[in-house]
Ligand binder design. Structure first.
Ligand code: NAD
Length: 481
């Protein structure tokens, strides 16, 4: 009988987490145990982790699809039950995001990540007989995960990769290691409870660039899946292995003068503030037609936004962006890690503005060149640029997206405008007249993922993305007509 966690136990662990929020600095999180329970599948050595994931993979190879689906069902169940713990833990460990939104993200992963039904075979018959094409596992998948959606990505990746028949080794973001390893342990507990191997997904006690390098070059790791910023995506794409890269975005929103402005203003604030703007799909800058901009701003102000002036925007930019010199001696602006994913009132307090917790978004009018438009802030700060025409709106929005081809949004009832922007921006996700999260199945149709693979083209990844095609040919027979 599968061991499940009771509500009383969940409450006890949540209260332990809350105690730790006050007492534990982020750097000293223990990535090998939680509430005194040793986490399953956590290794000190990457080679050992890969070996364990390979053993797990061999064990599920001999299981039926139905048995594999039982593991997935158990992962979904435990994710729903333990979503409150993972939400608290994620915010406590990283200092980023909002507990209620992180809980919603875990429930979304549990409910809308496709399982084994996503892996389908194809058959071709003709004069020369029957050919089957099946979607086979790669074996061991090596996955790199971000700090912004840590346990959500580990669980979402695990469901898809296990549904496809793989074992997994994770090299999670070092700043979110306790949250990521909690999720690894959850997947292994679910796997064992559903009759699978003791360890199917593995992670590191202390992930480093070196452990990532071992993972990338290890012969047993046949597929790399990387969710993160441009640096890490570049690293895995140059590994010489088959790699799926899910990289950075900077999603623009266009609002034209045919839009339902009351809905557009609310939708944009809802999307932009979801988990304090951590999702890579969240609205990052607005291009509003000049004749509706005032109305749009007043709707936003009624929906939890606080407007700052140009001077205050400059002060805030000096706080949330820092200059960093890379290894080639080149200096560039980058976001301050102390500000990413923080609440709007906390960011405002850094420039001496005190507002209530009801304020969830900071808005400001800027020109196109402002760093708030150009940088992927991942904070609830939303610059608004006034535009005079759809041509100008599309041109500037495409430039602000920086060719990431990740996500873009538009509020309009003009079909020509919608079609023109969608074609010009070429993003993996294009959301019309809804908050950004509709694009990952939250209030919109379609499955969810936290690994949106624009650069390598898999798009909204799911189990089938983690398979390789194999063909079996029976020449001249097995037709039934
Ligand atoms: P990050 O780029 O700082 O880190 C991602 C992971 O890569 C971490 O595990 C990190 O330790 C590791 N890493 C970094 N450089 C590496 C290298 N050269 N070799 C090996 N590993 C390396 O990402 P983050 O700050 O946690 O996440 C935010 C970024 O990720 C944003 O740019 C966001 O848009 C993007 N993101 C994209 C998606 C998507 O689905 N496309 C999803 C979430 C986040």
């Amino acid at each position: 009988m599968a061991a499940t966690i009771s509500e009383a136990e969940i409450r006890q662990v949540v209260s332990q987490v809350l105690n730790r929020i006050q007492t534990t600095p982020a750097t000293s999180w223990d990535s090998t145990q939680y509430g005194g329970r040793k986490l399953i599948g956590i290794y000190e050595d990457m080679n050992e982790a890969i070996k364990a994931a390979e053993t797990g993979y061999r064990a599920i190879r001999s299981m039926s699809v139905e048995e594999r689906e039982r593991i997935i069902t158990e992962i979904r169940k435990r994710t729903r039950e333990e979503a409150p713990i993972m939400a608290e833990l994620g915010v406590a460990e990283t200092g980023m995001g909002r507990v209620d939104h992180k809980r919603a993200k875990h429930l979304l992963v549990a409910d809308k990540t496709p399982g084994t039904e996503d892996v389908v075979s194809a058959a071709k018959t003709g004069d020369n007989g029957l050919t089957l094409v099946e979607m086979a596992p790669f074996g061991v998948v090596g996955a790199i995960t971000p700090s912004t959606n840590p346990s959500e990505t580990v669980i979402c990746n695990s469901i898809g990769m296990i549904a496809a028949g793989n074992g997994v080794v994770f090299n999670p973001h070092p700043n979110a290691i306790a949250s990521s390893n909690y999720a690894v342990d959850l997947v292994n507990r679910a796997c064992k409870a559903a009759g699978g191997p003791d360890v199917l997904v593995c992670s590191m006690k202390k992930p480093t660039m070196e452990s990532a390098a071992i993972m990338q070059s290890h012969p047993s790791v046949r597929l790399l899946v990387c969710t993160g910023g441009p640096g890490v995506v570049r690293a895995v794409l140059s590994s010489g292995k088959k790699a799926i890269g899910a990289g950075a975005g900077n999603p623009p929103v266009i609002v034209d003068d045919t839009a339902d402005i009351a809905k557009a203003g609310k939708d944009i604030i809802d999307g932009c503030t979801f988990d304090n703007n951590l999702p890579c799909i969240a609205e990052k800058e607005v291009f509003a037609f000049r004749n509706i901009a005032d109305e749009l701003i007043s709707v936003m102000l009624r929906n939890g936004a606080y407007q700052i002036n140009a001077n205050q925007a400059k002060q805030l930019a000096d706080v949330v962006l820092v200059s960093k010199t890379d290894k080639n001696g080149k200096t560039k602006m980058t976001v301050s890690r102390d500000c990413v994913g923080r609440d709007a009132d906390v960011l405002l307090s850094k420039i001496g503005i005190n507002v209530s917790k009801d304020i969830r978004c900071i808005i400001c009018e800027t020109d196109f060149d402002h760093p708030f438009v150009q940088e992927e802030l991942m904070m609830p700060i939303l610059p608004i640029v006034r535009v005079d025409s759809i041509d100008q709106a599309i041109e500037l929005a495409c430039k602000a997206e920086h060719g990431n081809r990740h996500t873009a949004h538009m509020h309009s009832k003009n079909i020509d405008h919608l079609s023109r922007f969608a074609k010009a921006v070429e993003t993996t996700i294009f959301v019309k007249n809804a908050p950004s999260y509709a694009g990952i199945g939250f209030g919109g149709e379609g499955h969810t993922t936290f690994t949106i693979a624009g650069p390598t083209g898999e798009g909204i990844t799911s189990a089938r993305s983690f398979t390789r095609q194999r063909r079996c040919v029976m020449a001249d027979s097995f037709r039934i007509i």
